[in-house]
Structure formats: structure tokens, C-alpha cells
Write a protein that binds this ligand. Structure first.
Ligand code: AMP
Length: 114
């Protein structure tokens, strides 16, 4: 998608601090971290929101959670605990319209989220 910032990161048209990459997904540091570890895991395929994903995306969405698990372990926050967030839509606070998982950790989290 031409005007999508995360597609531009996938295509290396704009820089990012890449943590992990494979044929289906990419993970990079969030530019405005909310925790000591704050990494975004995205599909290379442009999907605007979780609501707009379909059944053919099942495996891809599962893949993203496993990438998040592996990165959490690599970053040393796996057993301590970490949070995965997927904001979908305006009221959830989604600001980039390309599905992404936030992997947050390295500090004690509170609940409920704001
Ligand atoms: P959301 O509000 O769930 O859509 O999250 C979007 C996230 O993308 C925010 O945490 C932003 O800080 C992050 N973000 C926006 N632009 C970039 C960028 N160029 N590189 C890394 N993270 C970004």
C-alpha cells in the first residue's frame, strides 16, 4: 500500500530498527517506546485492521504471535511476563492502519489499560 508507513518500513523505503524479519513478518522497535522493551510485529501483507482480516489470514496472525513469543524470550522478558496489544479501530487508539502487535515488557504493567 503506497501511503502506508509500515509498508514503507517493510519495503525499506524508510529506516527502522529491525529486530527480526522473515518472508511473512517484520519486527522493529517502536519509535515512541512505552516500556523498556517495545517492539512492533507486523505482517508484510497490508491488512488495515483486525476487523478487515479474513479466514485466509489465520495462519499469518498466528505466526505473528509466535514471532512475538520468540522475541520476548530473546529479549529476556519471556518468563518475567510481557504484554501483547493489538489496537483495532479508532476507539482502541489505532493510529497506524496496518495491523501490528505491540510487544511490551521490561517493567510492571498495570491494568486496566488507559
Ligand atoms: P497504534 O496506536 O496501535 O496504531 O500504534 C502505532 C505505533 O506505531 C505507535 O506506538 C507509534 O509510536 C509507532 N510508530 C509510528 N511510526 C513509526 C515508525 N516510523 N517507526 C516505528 N514505530 C512507529
Amino acid at each position: 500500500m503506497e501511503d502506508c508507513i509500515f509498508c514503507k518500513i517493510v519495503n525499506k523505503q524508510i529506516p527502522s530498527n529491525i529486530i527480526y524479519e522473515d518472508d511473512k513478518s517484520l519486527a522493529f522497535n517502536d519509535i515512541n517506546p512505552q516500556a523498556p522493551v517495545h517492539i512492533l510485529i507486523i505482517p508484510k501483507k497490508h491488512i488495515r485492521t483486525l476487523l478487515e482480516s479474513d479466514d485466509t489470514d489465520k495462519e499469518l496472525l498466528g505466526h505473528l504471535t509466535q514471532v512475538a513469543r520468540d522475541i520476548a524470550n530473546e529479549k529476556g522478558i519471556g518468563t518475567k511476563g510481557f504484554r501483547l496489544v493489538l489496537n483495532s479501530g479508532l476507539e482502541a487508539g489505532q493510529s497506524v492502519w496496518h495491523i501490528h502487535l505491540h510487544l511490551l515488557g521490561g517493567r510492571k504493567m498495570s491494568w486496566p489499560p488507559g
